[in-house]
Ligand binder design. Structure first.
Ligand code: HEC
Length: 103
């Protein structure tokens, strides 16, 4: 490999790892972290802020919060989360949501 290409690659790797290091570390106590649902949630809800704990809202409140987050995406010219992913995220959040006083 020629030297120029090699140093370019090194710089790229450095930049990439710096990027990785800059990501906010997720606290290790989200429920069901091994699941596909958690992965989808973490991917879709970490672009603007750290993904919230499911206990941040009750099951009744989550749908309105998710609808507002879609609006934020649109405002920032990001594609909305697909309906399929939204169902997965909504189910994940609702499953582990804060318990409603009434229920
Ligand atoms: C395009 C950027 C963006 C994305 C992506 C995003 N959010 Fe947000 N989120 C915001 C902004 C801006 C606020 C603060 C204003 C507000 O509360 O609407 C916020 C605030 C919040 C809050 C705190 C306010 C509250 O009502 O408790 C929660 C919880 C939340 N987001 C959940 C989520 C979830 C769940 C996802 C993934 C589906 C998500 N966010 C994805 C932009 C985003």
């Amino acid at each position: 490999m020629n030297r120029y290409l090699f140093s370019c690659l090194s710089v790229m790797i450095l930049l990439l790892s710096a990027c990785e290091a800059g990501k906010p570390a997720l606290p290790a106590d989200y429920p069901d972290q091994q699941s596909q649902a958690f992965q989808t949630f973490a991917r879709q809800c970490s672009q603007c802020h750290r993904p919230p704990m499911p206990t941040a809202h009750t099951a009744r409140e989550w749908p309105a919060v998710l609808a507002r987050m879609q609006q934020h995406r649109i405002q920032r010219s990001l594609a909305p989360v697909s309906a399929r992913d939204m169902v997965v995220i909504r189910d994940y959040l609702i499953r582990y949501a804060k318990k409603d006083q009434a229920s």
